[in-house]
Structure formats: C-alpha cells, structure tokens
Design a protein around this ligand. Structure first.
Ligand SMILES: C[S@@+](CC[C@H](N)C(=O)[O-])C[C@H]1O[C@@H](n2cnc3c(N)ncnc32)[C@H](O)[C@@H]1O
Length: 311
C-alpha cells in the first residue's frame, strides 16, 4: 500500500507551485517543522507556509488518512458516505483522501480557521463548501466527519469536548487521525474515551469498546510508508526516496461492527514461528503461530502491523 496523491491533484499542485522558489519553500518547511516540534499551532501560517505544508507535510498526512480509510473499508465494507465534513481541513488533505476512497461522496464541507489554508483548499477541492472559523462553529451533520492532525493544535484539556462536538456532527462515522507520537496517542485515547461515553462504538483500530489497555510508555500507533517526490526530497533535504509516517487514529460509528484482534506492533518472525502482538476485548496479548502449523502459518505470514487477526 502506498497512497500517493491522485494524478489530477498532483497535476493541480504542480501547476500551483510553478515559479515558486523551492529555496524559499525549503526554508519555510524547516520553520514549519520547528514550529510543529515546539507544539505551535498553524493558525498564523501565511501563503508561503501553507505551500510549504502542501509539499512537505501533506503527502504524509494524506498517506496516513488514506491508510485509515482503507482500514475503515475492511471493517465497514458497505459504508458509502454521501456527505463529508473535513474539520481543520488545512489544504483539504482529508477531503482528497475521502474522495479517492469513496466514490459515493457528493458533498464536501471544510471547516478551517486559517485564511491562507482556506484559499488553497478552495482551489484544491473545487465545489467544496467552506466554513471559516473555529472548530466549535456550527457544522452541518455529515455522513463522514474527519478531523486529521487537528487535535495536536488544540489544548489537551479541550480534546474530550472537541471529540464530543465533532461526533455530534457525524451522522454515521467520525475519523480522528493524529501523529503517532506519545502525545498524539494521548489525545486519541482521550477522544476515544469521550466518544464511547457519548454512545459511540469503536470501529478501528480497536475491536472493542473497553478501556484502552495500553499502559506505561507504550502507545498505540501505526506506520505508513510513502514515496517522496523529487520536490518533496529536495524540500526536506532527504537522501532516501521514501518516508514512514507514524500515526494514531480512532474510528467511531453509531453501530458496533468490529471483531477479531488488531495487530498493534510489527510481527516478530523467528524460526519456530510468528509472534503477533495483539489487542482485543481481552486486552493486550501475544499470539504465537508455529511454523509447523502450516495452514495457520501461511495465513499469518500475510499479516502485518495494523492488520486484523481472526485466530
Ligand atoms: C496540521 S494541519 C492539518 C491539516 C489537514 N487536516 C491534514 O491532515 O493535512 C491542522 C489544521 O487545523 C487548523 N486548525 C487549528 N486549530 C483550529 C481550530 N481551533 N479550529 C479550526 N481549525 C483549526 C489549522 O489551521 C490547520 O489547517
């Protein structure tokens, strides 16, 4: 799996960046990374910054959101949303991913606080309805609501309230995606608890609605590899043509659909067999699949970090 920008979008972005100094974008991208590391919100970003975000960060957030939507399709294969609400839309990353994943979508609404991002998103998601302002603004009820890489920009104490608020706008499903860091996961965990309390069921990654069993220094996250374009490499001064985006996420639905167990870390491969680190309704556990158990072993070898396991 390597979710790259759809060709039409890549073309639009290339057009938009024609004549823009890569040197200046690279400098902006570096400032941006430093600001994100320092936990500074992207409210104050200007046109140059949002173009740097588009080139330096959006490929990775797009890859992570696309990976999550692929998980959604495994758990809810019949889910065919008609309306999307993209909260904290930035350049419209989640809207592109959702449009690529669901041909059924006929209306897209983006809510975004930053004016420079709104201008960019309006060009990149033609026909979308735009709401300017804070996440707390009144929002249209939509089949699918996505808030991607938004909670990191909000005070940690507001996470539960924001989760409940965006859930109230979800007619069928809410998807939250955050960086796969201990801080990103802490926000996902707090949001998950608030959503369950509000009556939601967790569709992914958890296969249960019990309290999250992760403890200590452990945090639930996944990884998506993406190819870097030449521009992307240049901007990041990178020497390898790919990067791995670590992300944490939660998908909430009105109905209970999930079952089985989630592989929450890389599978360990040894001579006697495979060890699958799992999370399910019994908590965290390791499942060992012996190589001499040929049929089970062959099936388990196809599985990896993030997949569902039905043992
Ligand atoms: C890191 S960007 C993520 C953009 C996009 N969702 C993505 O995944 O690439 C976070 C976005 O949330 C917006 N944002 C931050 N705080 C917000 C708030 N309180 N209300 C609405 N939008 C907000 C920022 O302006 C920015 O566009």
């Amino acid at each position: 799996m390597n979710p790259a920008f759809p060709p039409a979008l890549a073309g639009l972005i290339a057009q938009m960046l024609e004549g823009v100094s890569r040197k200046e974008l690279a400098a902006r991208a570096q400032q941006l990374s430093a600001a994100y590391r320092a936990g500074q919100a992207s409210h104050g970003m200007e046109q140059g910054d949002v173009l740097a975000y588009l080139l330096a960060r959006a490929p990775a957030t797009f890859a992570a959101i696309s990976a999550v939507l692929a998980r959604v399709k495994e758990v809810a294969p019949d889910f065919a949303p008609q309306s999307l609400l993209d909260v904290g839309a930035g350049p419209g990353t989640a809207s592109w991913a959702a449009q690529a994943a669901f041909a059924s979508l006929s209306s897209v609404t983006m809510l975004e606080a930053n004016g420079a991002f709104r201008l960019l998103a309006a060009k990149l998601v033609p026909g979308a309805h735009m709401i300017a302002g804070d996440v707390s603004r009144s929002k249209p009820k939509s089949d699918l609501v996505i808030a991607a890489y938004l909670l990191a920009e909000l005070p940690e104490k507001s996470v539960a309230m924001v989760a409940r608020d965006v859930w109230a706008s979800a007619a069928q499903m809410l998807v939250l995606v955050e960086p796969g860091t201990p801080q990103g996961f802490a926000r996902i965990r707090a949001a998950r608890a608030a959503l369950i309390e509000a009556g939601a069921h967790v569709a992914a990654p958890c296969t249960h609605d019990n309290a999250c069993p992760m403890s200590g220094a452990d945090w639930c996250h996944f990884s998506q590899r993406l190819q870097r374009s030449r521009d992307h490499m240049h901007l990041k001064d990178a020497s390898v043509p790919f990067e791995d985006e670590r992300y944490s996420y939660v998908v909430a639905m009105c109905e209970k659909l999930s079952s089985g167990a989630r592989i929450i870390k890389p599978v360990l491969e040894g001579k006697p067999g495979l060890t699958l680190p799992l999370c399910d309704e019994t908590g965290l556990r390791n499942e060992f699949v012996a190589s001499r158990d040929k049929q089970a072993y062959r099936a388990a070898r196809k599985l990896g970090w993030g997949d569902l396991f039905f043992g």
